[in-house]
Design a binder for this molecule. Structure first.
Ligand code: B3K
Ligand code: ZN
Length: 867
C-alpha cells in the first residue's frame, strides 16, 4: 500500500473556487450533483487528478458538455485536459450513494433515522470526485432535497438562503457558506430532531443564533451543552480576542460516530456522548468532558477553519493548538491544578506508550499510509504540550501577540506548523530555532538530574542531562530546547529565592545541551528540589529522590501538580518493590511512612478536596504498567490489590469519617461539589474493601440522586466483588436498558470485572439487547474496555483475550476500519510482554494481516508492529 511523505508536498496544479452541491437525499439512493468552478494554477498542467471512491459514478460534464477524456481507477478520476485551453472551467459530476449501507461512518451515512456526513480527513471523496485536500479552499453552496416527514430538518454549512416545498411530500433547503473552506469541513445533516435554540451577542454586538439538535425526547439533556457553548464563545473573546463570524452556529448530536465530534464550519456534528447530559444520566466527568469537547470544536472555528492546514502532515497545527486552547479554557473556568494533573495522567499513559511503541511519530509525522491513523495522542496531546512549552517560554502576553500575528497573516489560508512558530518568533523576538525540533523529533526525552550542595559557599548546583531514546521511526536524536520549571524548598517547606550573583533568576531553566549545570546562590541549607513543576515539558524525569524527600514535597510543595506527582512516585516505588516480593514469593509490605503521609493529606482534606481525591487515587493497573520494561499483568494486579487493601485497612476510620462528613443533598455541577463528590467516592472505593463495604456501597447506590454516585457504587461493588453487586448491576440494567449511552457505562464495568470468567461474560453481552456491533460507542465500551483496561484478563496467558480481539477485528476490518484501527492498539504493543505472550500476540496480528481486503488502517499498524 502506498505511503505519502511530508517531504513530497507539492502545491496543487488546479484549485476549486466555488462548488455547488445538489443532494437528492434517500438512504437507499442519494443522487449528488456537484458543479464546481476550477482554476488551473499551473499553466503547464494538463492532467487533473480527482479523488473519489465508494460511490457509483454516473456522469461528468465540462463547461456543460459531456466529457469523456478521463481514466478511472479504484480511487481516482484523472481528466485529460490537453484539449482544454481555458484557465477556468466548470465540471458537473453526478454520483449515486447508498448511505444506509455505509457502515464506515465516513462520507454520507445513516445514523439512526437521520443522515449525516463525516469528511475529515478524506471522507468527502466518498461523496463525489474532488480535489480532496486541505489546501484547496472553495466557497460552498448546498441544496438539499428530501422527504419532508422523515427529514424535516435539512442542514449544511453557513447561512440558510432559500427553501421551498415540492410535490410528493418533498421539500428543499439551500445553504451558502461565505467562507472558503477545504472539503473536509463540509457537512450535511437531515433528520427529525428536537431543537434547543438560544442566542449569543458577540463583543462587537452581533447576534448569533445558536441551535442544538438532539434526538426526539432528549431535550432535557441539552442544556449543559448549550451553556458550555456560550461559555466557550465568551472565553475565546476574552482570552484570545477571537469572535464568532457567522450569524448561526449549529450543533447536531448523532448516535453513530467514529470519534468525539467534528468542527465543520457552522455545523458541528457530535457524538451524542459529548452533548447529552442530565444529573440522572451523566457523571461529573461526562459533564466536564462535554464542556471541553464543545469548547474544542468551537475553538476550531479560528484555529482550524479560518486558518486551516496546508496538508495533513500539519494536523498538529490545528489540533495541538486547539487542545491547548481547550485545556486553558477548562483551567480558567474550572480548577487549573486538577486539569493539569488529569491531562498529564493521560499523556503519560497513552502518549508515552505510543512514542515507545511501533507507531511512534513526531507531532508532525513524516510518513503516512492512512491519515485517520494519525489522529493520535501524539499529534493532539503532545502537540498541545509543545504549544504549552511555547507559552511557558514566551509568557501569556507575547504568546497572545504571536497568536495575533499568526491569525492575521494566515486568515483564509492553509498554513503550516512553521508558519505558526514563525509568528511566535516574530512577535516575541525569542529565538526558536532549536525549539522547532520538537516538531520533527519523536520519542520521550529523559532528563537525568543530579545535585550538589556546597555548604561552605552556600551554592546549590543542579546538573541536567538530556537524552531521547531511539524510537521505531527514528534512529538519530538531537538535543531539544526544554523548559524545566523548578522550585527549591528548605527542610521546613520555605521556598528559596532563586539567585545567581545576587540577581533573581527565572524558575524556568532552559535545557538545550547534552549536559549543563545550573548554580543557585545564597542557599543556606541543603534544599529539596521540586523538578518539572506543572509538568513544564513532556519528558521523563530521573532524579534519585529519597522517600523522605518525596513525603516532604507531598506535605509542603506549593505546586498542585508536584504534590500529586510525588505521590505517584511513592506509589510506583511501593508497587515495584512489592512486585519483586511477589515474584520471589516473599510477604508483601507497605511503607508505614507513606501510610502516615496519606493520612495527613486526608486529615487536611478541607484545604483542597479535589487535589486530596487525586492524590489518594491509586494509579490504575494500566497506569502502573507504563513504568515497567516488561509488564507482569498478574503481578501488577495482585500487588495493586494488596495496596488498596492495605490502605483501606489502615486508614479505615479516617476514610469513614470523611465519607460520612461530606453531605451533598442537591446535585449541582459546581467545582466545589464535584470536588467533594470525587473525594467521597474515592473514600468509598477503599471502604469497599473493608467489612463495612457491602452495607456502605449498597446504601450509596440506593440513596444516590445522580449518576456520579450511582456509578461510583456500581464500580466499587464490582471491583471489590461485594455480595450486592449482582443485584445492583441488575437494577441498573433494568432501569437503563432502553438507553445505549447510559448502558455504555454498564458495559464498561462488566468488561473490567476482576472475575476469572470475565471473557465469557463479555461474549455473552455482545448478544445483549442494548448492544449493537455497528455502534462505535457500544464497541468501545464493551470490547475496547476489555482489551485496554482489563490488563489481567486481556493478557491471559492462555491467549483467549488475544483470540477474542482478533475475531472482532476481522469483522470490523470490513465494517468500520477506523474503529478497528483504534481497537487494535493493545495488540500492537507486544514488545513489553513476556516471550510467551509476545508469540501469541504476534500470531494474532499475523492472522489479521493474512486476510483479503485488509484495510489500510489495520495494514499500516500491523506492518509497523511486525517489522
Ligand atoms: N477534527 C476532528 C477529528 C477528525 C478525525 C478524523 N478521523 C475532531 C477534532 O479534533 O476536533
Ligand atoms: Zn480538534
Amino acid at each position: 500500500m502506498q505511503a505519502k511523505y511530508r517531504k513530497d508536498y507539492k502545491a496543487p496544479d488546479f484549485t476549486v473556487t466555488d462548488i455547488h452541491l445538489d443532494f437528492q437525499l434517500d438512504p437507499q439512493k442519494t443522487v449528488v450533483t456537484a458543479t464546481s468552478q476550477y482554476q488551473r494554477l499551473n499553466p503547464e498542467s494538463t492532467k487533473l487528478h480527482l479523488n473519489g471512491h465508494s460511490f457509483q459514478f454516473s456522469s461528468i460534464k465540462l463547461n456543460g458538455q459531456d466529457f469523456n477524456h478521463y481514466q478511472q481507477d479504484k480511487e481516482s478520476l484523472v481528466l485529460d485536459l490537453s484539449s482544454v485551453n481555458a484557465e477556468e472551467f466548470s465540471l458537473e459530476i453526478v454520483t449515486n450513494l447508498k448511505p444506509s449501507e455505509n457502515t464506515s461512518l465516513q462520507g454520507l451515512y445513516q445514523s439512526g433515522d437521520g443522515l449525516c456526513t463525516q469528511c475529515e480527513a478524506e471522507g468527502f471523496r466518498q461523496i463525489t470526485y474532488m480535489l480532496d485536500r486541505p489546501d484547496v479552499l472553495a466557497r460552498y453552496t448546498t441544496k438539499i432535497t428530501a422527504d419532508k416527514l422523515k427529514y424535516p430538518y435539512l442542514l449544511s454549512n453557513g447561512n440558510r438562503i432559500a427553501s421551498g416545498e415540492l410535490e410528493n411530500n418533498k421539500h428543499w433547503v439551500e445553504w451558502n457558506d461565505p467562507f472558503p473552506k477545504p472539503s473536509y469541513l463540509f457537512a450535511l445533516v437531515a433528520g427529525d430532531f428536537d431543537l434547543l435554540s438560544d442566542k449569543f451577542i458577540t463583543k462587537s454586538g452581533r447576534e448569533v443564533n445558536l441551535e442544538l439538535y438532539v434526538d426526539k425526547g432528549n431535550l432535557d439533556r441539552a442544556d449543559w451543552a448549550m451553556q458550555s457553548l456560550k461559555t466557550s464563545m465568551k472565553w475565546d473573546e476574552e482570552r484570545f480576542g477571537l469572535e464568532y463570524d457567522l450569524d448561526i452556529y449549529m450543533i447536531v448530536a448523532v448516535d453513530f460516530f467514529n470519534m468525539g465530534a467534528m468542527e465543520n464550519k457552522g455545523l458541528n456534528i457530535f457524538n451524542s456522548k459529548y452533548v447529552l447530559a442530565n444529573s440522572q444520566t451523566a457523571t461529573d466527568d461526562d459533564y466536564l468532558g462535554i464542556e471541553s469537547v464543545i469548547a474544542h470544536e468551537y475553538f476550531h472555528n479560528w484555529t482550524g477553519n479560518r486558518v486551516t492546514c496546508r496538508d495533513w502532515f500539519q494536523l498538529s497545527l490545528k489540533e495541538g493548538l486547539t487542545v491547548f486552547r481547550d485545556q486553558e479554557f477548562s483551567s480558567d473556568v474550572g480548577s487549573r491544578g486538577v486539569n493539569r494533573i488529569n491531562n498529564v495522567k493521560f499523556l503519560r499513559t497513552s502518549q508515552f506508550a505510543e512514542d515507545a511503541g511501533p507507531m511512534s511519530h513526531p507531532i508532525r509525522p513524516e510518513k503516512v499510509i492512512e491519515m485517520n491513523n494519525f489522529y493520535t495522542v501524539t499529534v493532539y496531546e503532545k502537540g498541545a504540550e509543545v504549544i504549552r512549552m511555547l507559552h511557558t517560554l514566551l509568557g501569556e502576553e507575547k504568546f497572545q501577540a504571536g497568536m495575533k500575528v499568526y491569525i492575521n497573516e494566515n486568515d483564509g489560508k492553509a498554513a503550516t506548523c512553521d508558519d505558526f512558530v514563525n509568528a511566535m518568533e516574530k512577535a516575541s523576538g525569542i529565538d526558536l530555532t532549536q525549539f522547532r525540533r520538537w516538531y520533527s523529533q519523536s520519542g520521550t526525552p529523559k532528563l537525568t538530574i543530579t545535585d550538589k550542595y556546597d555548604e561552605k559557599n552556600h551554592i546549590y548546583k543542579l546538573t541536567v542531562s538530556q537524552m531521547t531514546p531511539v524510537t521505531a521511526d527514528q534512529m538519530e536524536k538531537v538535543n531539544l530546547h526544554i523548559p524545566l520549571k523548578i522550585a527549591l524548598y528548605d527542610d521546613k517547606g520555605i521556598t528559596q529565592t532563586l539567585l545567581r550573583d545576587g540577581e533573581q533568576i527565572s524558575d524556568v531553566l532552559h535545557i538545550t545541551q547534552t549536559e549543563e549545570t545550573f548554580e543557585f546562590h545564597n542557599i543556606y541549607t541543603k534544599p529539596i528540589p521540586a523538578l518539572l513543576c506543572d509538568f513544564s515539558a513532556p519528558v521523563k524525569l530521573d532524579y534519585e529522590y529519597s522517600t523522605s524527600q518525596l513525603i516532604k514535597l507531598l506535605q509542603f510543595a506549593k505546586n498542585d501538580f508536584v504534590r500529586w506527582d510525588v505521590t505517584q512516585m511513592l506509589f510506583t516505588e511501593e508497587l515495584r518493590r512489592n512486585l519483586i516480593n511477589y515474584q520471589q514469593n516473599v510477604v508483601l509490605d507497605f511503607s508505614p511512612e507513606i501510610l502516615n503521609a496519606l493520612s495527613k493529606v486526608l486529615e487536611n482534606y478541607q484545604q483542597d478536596p479535589a487535589l486530596t481525591a487525586l492524590i489518594l487515587m491509586l494509579p490504575k493497573e494500566t497506569e502502573f504498567a507504563e513504568s515497567f520494561k516488561t509488564i507482569d499483568p498478574d503481578g501488577i494486579s495482585f500487588v495493586r490489590h494488596f495496596m488498596v487493601q492495605t490502605i483501606a485497612d489502615n486508614l479505615k476510620s479516617l476514610l469513614l469519617q470523611i465519607y460520612n462528613g461530606i453531605n451533598l443533598d442537591e446535585y449541582r455541577v459546581t467545582q466545589e461539589d464535584i470536588a467533594l463528590r470525587s473525594l467521597r467516592n474515592v473514600c468509598l472505593s477503599y471502604l469497599a474493601y473493608t467489612n463495612l463495604g457491602n452495607t456502605l456501597v449498597n446504601k450509596h447506590y440506593s440513596y444516590s440522586n445522580n449518576m456520579t454516585d450511582t456509578l461510583a457504587a456500581l464500580n466499587c461493588a464490582t471491583k471489590a466483588m461485594l455480595p450486592c453487586r449482582d443485584s445492583l448491576l441488575k437494577d441498573f440494567e433494568e432501569k437503563w436498558q432502553h438507553d445505549g449511552l447510559v448502558m455504555d457505562k454498564w458495559f464498561a464495568i462488566q468488561a473490567t470485572r476482576p472475575d476469572e470468567d470475565v471473557l465469557v461474560q463479555v461474549n455473552h453481552l455482545m448478544d445483549h439487547s442494548s448492544f449493537n456491533f455497528n455502534n462505535p460507542n457500544r464497541v468501545r465500551s464493551l470490547i475496547g474496555s476489555f482489551a485496554s483496561h482489563n490488563l489481567k484478563a486481556f493478557h491471559n496467558i492462555d491467549g483467549s483475550g488475544y483470540r477474542f480481539l482478533t475475531d472482532i477485528l476481522l469483522k470490523l476490518n470490513e465494517k468500520n476500519p477506523q474503529v478497528a484501527s483504534r481497537l487494535i492498539e493493545p495488540l500492537i504493543h507486544f514488545s513489553r510482554f513476556s516471550a510467551q505472550r509476545q508469540t501469541l500476540m504476534k500470531r494474532a496480528l499475523e492472522r489479521i494481516s493474512a486476510v483479503e481486503n485488509l484495510s489500510k488502517d489495520l495494514f499500516e499498524k500491523i506492518e509497523k508492529a511486525l517489522q
